[in-house]
Write a protein that binds this ligand. Structure first.
Ligand SMILES: Nc1ncnc2c1ncn2[C@@H]1O[C@H](COP(=O)(O)OP(=O)(O)O)[C@@H](O)[C@H]1O
Ligand SMILES: [Mg+2]
Length: 423
């Protein structure tokens, strides 16, 4: 079996690691991959947004299944193009990827499907947006509708802040076309939880939920990032919550998308806000695996991943995915200057006697001409600890994160602090 994973981050390294673990004999390819994916797969030097080149490579290599990691190529229709050439592909069509790529459309779908989410209005021009903001209770949230690399949502304490955010998006156009439409919505109280579900379009299989840590600094302070760490399981996750998420969120969303001619298959990621009574509202949907959630979810899948990805790709019955009861915590090691202006090029040293249960997933890494491992992106590595308990996993992840060195390394020592507080 030959599998191709598109993308070059920690998520893609974790996917390839999990595929290899389950199917040691499979031939694995990554495009373009990183220095970590090269340890388990052959890297093809094709950027993830080069759609025709990716399709040609998949055809030439006679790939049995393509798994698309990032949202960018999904929104560009890579899955449609691959399926058009007869290649089974895990990931939604370009039309269905709008559930992430257009927050405005995603809100329309949720409202039509009766899915709980913050009350909102969408604007394409500034004056009505400002008028709406002017009458909106504080705090409130202003979001660029399109893909903005995780920078497009601004939580505003005051109407004045919201007005300037809307102006920056609609007038100054700081996010370009991604800010053609702006969603203004009510602030939701609660705790966030990432619930990822595999789906063939109708059936859903919820994967172990995870919680990520968006802020750069300990205590959830500092700027927002792509994610500085994550853990799973999360005590917030209960059977009752999963039942609600399935029947009130995932199933109605999939049905409404199909009704609109955009049936979804792949992994539907519901970013939830869970309130004090345990009721979930959707903050946003993503159309792909989360990063760094994947680095704690996949190590907990005991069996059935490859078959499930294949079933989603082919639209056939979902097989059972079995979950390991162990806990996983991942700590992201970022470069100096991340998230604004990450420095590249620092030499990375990974000791070969890291604690048992430590998994090092590469995110932004490359090997130079001399074979030296170097930082090549804002998030450099994600260090996952797997242990019998949350505390054990946290200790392993943190100890390994301490021992890996590169100049300018930034990381949080408090990943999972909410879980620790709950226990
Ligand atoms: N309505 C809301 N209420 C409270 N917090 C929110 C709300 N919308 C977004 N946020 C916060 O902003 C973050 C980013 O928003 P999100 O909609 O996930 O956009 P993106 O991930 O595309 O940047 C969320 O993870 C959450 O912390
Ligand atoms: Mg988000």
């Amino acid at each position: 079996m030959k599998l191709l994973v598109v993308g070059s981050g920690g998520r893609e390294h974790a996917l390839l690691w999990a595929l290899k673990r389950e199917q040691p004999d499979a031939v694995l390819l990554a495009a373009p991959g990183n220095a970590g994916t090269a340890l388990v797969a052959t890297n093809l030097p094709i950027p993830a947004d080069q759609i025709p080149d990716l399709v040609d490579a998949a055809v030439r290599e006679r790939v049995d299944l393509v798994i698309i990691g990032p949202e960018g190529p999904l929104a560009l229709g890579l899955a449609d193009r691959l399926r058009g050439r007869g290649i089974p592909t895990f990931g939604p069509s370009g039309a269905a990827a709008r559930i992430e790529a257009s927050k405005a459309w995603s809100k329309e779908v949720m409202v039509a499907a009766g899915v709980p989410t913050a009350a909102s209005r969408t604007f394409a021009t500034l004056a009505p947006a400002l008028a709406y903001i002017d009458s909106h209770p504080e705090p409130l949230v202003v979001k660029a509708s399109g893909l903005a690399a995780g920078k497009g949502a601004v939580v505003c304490a005051t109407r004045a802040e919201a007005a300037s955010a809307a102006r920056a998006m609609l007038d100054t156009r700081i996010f370009g076309d991604a800010g053609d439409e702006v969603v203004v919505e009510a602030f939701l109280e609660g705790e966030e939880l990432s619930v990822l579900a595999l789906t063939n379009g109708t059936e859903v299989a919820i994967l172990p939920p995870a919680q990520d840590h968006k802020r750069l600094q300990e205590g959830d302070r500092g700027p927002n990032t792509g994610g500085m760490g994550a853990y799973s399981p999360v005590a917030l996750d209960t059977a009752a919550l999963r039942a609600m998420v399935t029947t009130r969120v995932l199933e109605p969303t999939l049905a409404e998308m199909a009704r609109r001619g955009a049936p979804f298959s792949g992994v539907l990621y519901a970013g939830l806000m869970v309130d004090r009574s345990g009721n979930p509202s959707v903050v946003e949907f993503n159309c792909r695996f989360g990063d760094p959630e994947t680095q704690v979810i996949l190590p907990r899948i005991a069996s059935g991943l490859v078959d499930a990805l294949g079933a989603c790709a082919r639209g056939s019955r979902l097989p059972e995915v079995t979950i390991d009861p162990s806990a996983a915590v991942t700590t992201v090691l970022a470069a100096r200057g991340y998230p604004d202006q990450p420095e590249r090029g620092a030499e990375i040293t990974i000791p070969d006697d890291l604690p048992d249960g430590a998994l090092v997933f590469h995110a932004g890494t490359r090997r130079d001409e001399a074979g030296i491992l170097r930082a090549a992106g804002g998030r450099v590595l994600a260090v996952t600890g797997v242990g019998a308990t949350f505390a054990a996993a946290q200790t392993i992840s943190r100890a390994a994160a301490e021992r890996i060195t590169f100049d300018g390394k930034q990381f949080r020592r408090d990943i999972g602090w909410r879980e620790a507080a709950r226990r």
